[in-house]
Design a protein around this ligand. Sequence first.
Ligand code: NAI
Ligand code: MG
Length: 362
Amino acid sequence: EKLTIGLIPADGIGKEVIPPAAEVMDAVLPGKFEFITLPAGFELFQQTGVALPDETVETLRTKCQGALFGAVSSPSHKVAGYSSPIVALRKKLQTYANIRPVSSPAVRNAKNQTVPVDMLIIRENTECLYIKKERSETDENGQKVCYAERKISEFASKRIGRVAFDMAVARGKLREQQKQQGINVAWTGKPKVTIVHKSNVLSVTDGLFRESVLAVKNEKPEYADVDVEEQLVDSMVYRMFREPEKFDVVVAPNMYGDIISDGAAALVGSLGLVPSTNFGDVVVIGEPVHGSAPDIAGKGIANPIASIRSAAMLLENLGFTAEAAKIYNAVDKLLSEGKTLTPDLGGNATTKDVTAAIISQL
Ligand code: NAI
Ligand code: MG
C-alpha cells in the first residue's frame, strides 16, 4: 500500500532542496510513496493573494501520511494580508513540537578540544511570541509604541515537556543498545533534559514554562532516571558554543528554540545540514531548519542535506527505521569523505552532485 507524502517546496531554495529529499525517499523505498506537490509561500501570495491555500492544509490533513516543507521567503517588513504559511501550518495542524537534532562527530570546543556533538533541540511550536498578537499605539509625544503579546500555557508547556522526557528516555535506550553493539556513542552519561528559559526576568511566562516542564519529570517512573538542568537562554548560547558536548535534549519555548537552533547549526558547520520535523497528532512535517536563502537561490548550489535528513526523520516517524538509518549513514559517509560538498561547507559541488552521491551510497 502506498503512502501519500505532501511536498510543499514553497520559495527560494525550498524548490531546489525538496525534490532531492523526495528522490532519496524513493531510492530507499522504490514505489512506496506517492508524492503530491502542494502550493504555499510568499511567491504564491504575490501571484494569488493567498500564502497558504485551504486546499493545501486540507490535503495534508486528510490525504497525507507525512509531508516535507521547504522554506518561505517571508519579508522583514509588514505586507498587508500576508502572514508566514509555515507558522500558520504548524498552528493549523497542531504540530506542537519542532524536533531539531544537531550532531557532528567532531567540533572544536572553547578548550580547543575536538568533541562530538549530539544535541536534540525541542522547540515548542504553537505559542510564545509567535502567536503574533502585536499592536501599535501612539504615545503622548505622537511617537509609536509597539507591543507583542507572549503566550505561555501550562498545557502546551507540559505537552512539550513530555516530548522532551520521552525523547531523552528513548535516546538513552538507543545508546545502551549501541554501546552493547560496540558502537561509539557521543553522549555517554545518563539522559539529560536542559530547560531553556529566562525566568529570572520573565518570571510569569518563562516561570510557567520552567515549572511545567519540571513538573513533567514526576509524571512517569521512567523519567526518574533523566537528569534535569536549567539554563537561562543567554548563557545557553554561551555554553552551547563553549562546551557543546555537554548537552543531550534541550527544550525551549518557541522563539528561544528558533534562535538557539540556528546557533547550533553554526556549531556543526552549516544551516544546510540541520533537519527538523514538526510533530503532532495529525501529520508529521519534515522541514530543513534553514530559510529560503535568497543569496544563493537559483544557483543550484544549495546544500540538500538538511532536507534529505528531514526526509529520513520523516521515514523514522513512519516506522521505516532501517531505511532512515541507511540515509543517515550515507550522509555521514559523504561528509566524512569530504569530497562532494556544496560551497557552504567549502566545496564546489552542486545540489544535484550531492544528491546523486548520496543516492549512489544507498
Ligand atoms: P536563511 O536560512 O535562508 O539563510 C541564512 C544563510 O545560510 C544564508 O547565507 C544562506 O545562503 C545560508 N544557507 C541556508 N540554507 C542553506 C543551504 N541549504 N545550503 C547552503 N547555504 C544555506 O536565513 P535568512 O537569510 O535569514 O532568511 C531568508 C528568508 O528565509 C527570509 O525571508 C526568512 O523569512 C525566510 N526563513 C524561512 C524559514 C522557514 O520557512 N521555515 C526559516 C528561516 C528563514
Ligand atoms: Mg528559524
